[in-house]
Design a protein around this ligand. Structure first.
Ligand SMILES: Cc1cc2nc3c(=O)[nH]c(=O)nc-3n(C[C@H](O)[C@H](O)[C@H](O)COP(=O)(O)OP(=O)(O)OC[C@H]3O[C@@H](n4cnc5c(N)ncnc54)[C@H](O)[C@@H]3O)c2cc1C
Length: 545
């Protein structure tokens, strides 16, 4: 391998591949060093929702979005920890990044129609949503390289083409005609594309595959199993990296600079314990296993400031034996409540996932359980378990799921006071029958209704829990990855703790402190900024000689 390039990118995920494509298409010699034996990181595992307001795809679909509207919304959603200049850089460059990717990769995007912003009632918020996701990608375009793509978190069933927006309806397959119609469409789409000789992939597989195809076309080498070990600093600037090539630490020089796109530290037990609140560990994250904060630590050694390290892209998780399950529709469909060890509710169960976990930590609501009944089981898809069918025995065996024919029996089995649980359920049931959750306002926001049941009355979000047997799912604070990291500016330059740019050093994605601050504006709030700031870094590297 050559030992000098214009640009070195660490990490072949969303941020890194976008940055590398940008520098390569600006004429700079670029290499991507990837630690894992596969490319794609968490991006490949993801649902690939992308939150980039007012991009061309949205405007062409007739979504009434604009920079001004999105700016107002972000100002309301994102706290003061994120400078306005950085927020606006994201909103300015985001649509450019999407246009760039549609020009230089096979990726095409589609509006996730109806997938509400997470705070649609705030000024500038959009109840019909402003997120996009990739269209189906023909994996043939990657040839043999497809074998090196990190697998998805939840693979689509064989013989289907599934988009993220389909899940809302699939959950309702036994309840709403659209559920069955969408299931049929998934098969039909597959048959149509397969008849043309295509191997369609969607969601994160399409996103990471499409970015990699762009790099292939631009002749950018992606070196797998080649981790960044440290930054090489010379004359006060980052002038390269030390990487493990084969088994040897090797200096690779970068004439223009280094872009860190090596993801978060979700799988680094030591960092999680150092920076985050208990209970914490590496067992409840669904992020890519290779994301252990290497780039963040290397940047810190080079003098970078860190921010938001205590936070993450949290989500309530069920610790199933096959791995942590990021429950989304399962949590927000009617007929569920969360209780803590006191047997009392503590949160709007349908709130955005990050918020639910913030509430868990802030109020020390551990342990926590999701209580449901047989009516809920009869009505809705749960992960891959179809309505009416029993939950897998392994879930019971592992302790993640507990069942009993009475609420008192369930309470005894999960160790919460039976009287308190009974009182909580009675109170919730009365509110559900009245259609109004006056305690936690579940159903007040249009967002709460996205993964709900429009056939349920009087509220699509609330149903009583009454039909035995009752179930309790263990709920733990999981995440999609961490969101704290290197402090960067509006040009993706890494800053020292004193706010000075470190010459030659850039970062984007979960290796950098999130432009979303402690919040989550809408579906795709991690990938949208990761790709945008990867693009911004690439442009800046190309403009500075
Ligand atoms: C199941 C799941 C669903 C998700 N759904 C969504 C969604 O719909 N929308 C959304 O916005 N976000 C979603 N996310 C989150 C999103 O995927 C991540 O936040 C995003 O991929 C972060 O981008 P990144 O480029 O920073 O990191 P990644 O995409 O994780 O890429 C980081 C890469 O760096 C590599 N790396 C690590 N250390 C080194 C090193 N020392 N040297 C070289 N390379 C290194 C890793 O192996 C990895 O390939 C989801 C995540 C998961 C797991």
């Amino acid at each position: 391998m050559p030992v000098e390039f214009d640009v070195i990118v660490a990490g072949a995920g969303a941020a890194g591949m976008t940055a590398a494509l940008t520098t390569a298409r600006s004429g700079l010699s670029t290499v991507v060093l990837e630690k894992a034996a596969v490319f794609g990181g968490s991006a490949a595992r993801s649902g690939a929702g992308i939150w980039v307001p007012a991009n061309d795809v949205l405007l062409a679909a007739g979504v009434p979005d604009s920079f001004a509207k999105a700016d107002t919304y972000m100002a309301a959603v994102v706290g003061p920890e994120v400078p306005a200049a950085r927020r606006r850089a994201f909103l300015t460059a985001g649509p450019q990044a999407i246009a760039f990717l549609q020009r230089w990769t096979p990726l095409r995007f589609r509006w996730m129609e109806g997938y509400s912003d997470y705070y649609p009632e705030l000024p500038g918020g959009m109840p019909a949503g402003r997120s996009i996701e990739p269209d189906a990608l023909d994996a043939n375009i990657l040839g043999d390289e497809m074998r090196n793509l990190n697998p998805s978190y939840i693979p689509s069933p064989d013989g289907t083409v599934v988009y993220t927006v389909d899940y809302r309806w699939l959950a309702l397959i036994a309840r709403h005609p659209r559920g069955l119609a969408v299931a049929g469409e998934m098969v039909l789409r597959y048959l149509q594309l397969a008849a043309q000789g295509q191997k369609p992939v969607t969601m994160g597989q399409a996103l990471a595959g499409g970015l990699r195809a762009g790099l292939l076309a631009a002749d950018v080498p992606v070196r797998l199993s080649t981790p960044l070990v440290d930054l090489f600093v010379e004359g006060g600037r980052v002038a390269g990296v030390i990487a493990l090539v084969g088994n040897r630490e090797t200096l690779i020089r970068a004439r223009r600079g280094v872009m860190i796109g090596s993801g978060g530290f979700e799988h680094n037990e030591r960092m999680r314990k150092q920076f985050q609140r208990e209970p914490i560990g590496v067992d409840w994250t669904v992020g890519a296993a290779s994301n252990t904060g290497d780039g963040i630590e290397a940047g810190e050694r080079a003098g970078a400031g860190l921010a938001l390290m205590d936070d993450a892209w949290w989500g309530p998780m069920i610790p199933l034996p096959e791995g942590p399950y990021f429950c989304l529709s399962e949590r927000t469909l009617p007929g569920t409540i969360f209780v803590d060890g006191t047997g009392k509710r503590f949160v709007n169960e349908a709130a955005p996932y990050s918020d639910v976990v913030h509430v868990m930590y802030d109020g020390d609501h551990f342990p926590a359980w999701m209580i449901t009944d047989q009516e809920y089981r009869n009505r809705y898809l749960f992960k891959e378990t179809a309505p009416l069918l029993p939950y897998p025995q392994a879930w019971y065996d592992s302790g993640a799921l507990v069942k009993d024919w009475t609420l008192a029996g369930l309470a005894a089995k999960i160790g919460v006071p039976a009287g308190a649980l009974r009182a909580t359920v009675d109170r919730f049931n009365a509110q559900a029958r009245a259609g109004r959750d006056t305690d936690f306002h579940r159903g007040d926001s249009a967002y709460d209704a996205y993964f709900a049941d429009p056939t349920n009355r009087p509220s699509p979000c609330l149903a009583p829990i009454w039909l035995p047997p009752f179930h309790a799912f263990k709920i733990v604070p999981g995440d999609l990855g961490t969101k704290g990291g290197l402090v960067t500016d509006a040009r993706s330059r890494v800053l020292t703790a004193g706010g000075e740019p470190i010459p030659g050093l850039y970062a984007a994605g979960n290796a950098s402190a999130a432009v979303m601050g402690r919040s989550y504006a809408g579906a795709g709030s991690t990938l949208g900024p990761a790709m945008t700031f990867g693009y911004v870094a690439g442009k800046d590297l190309a403009s500075n000689s």
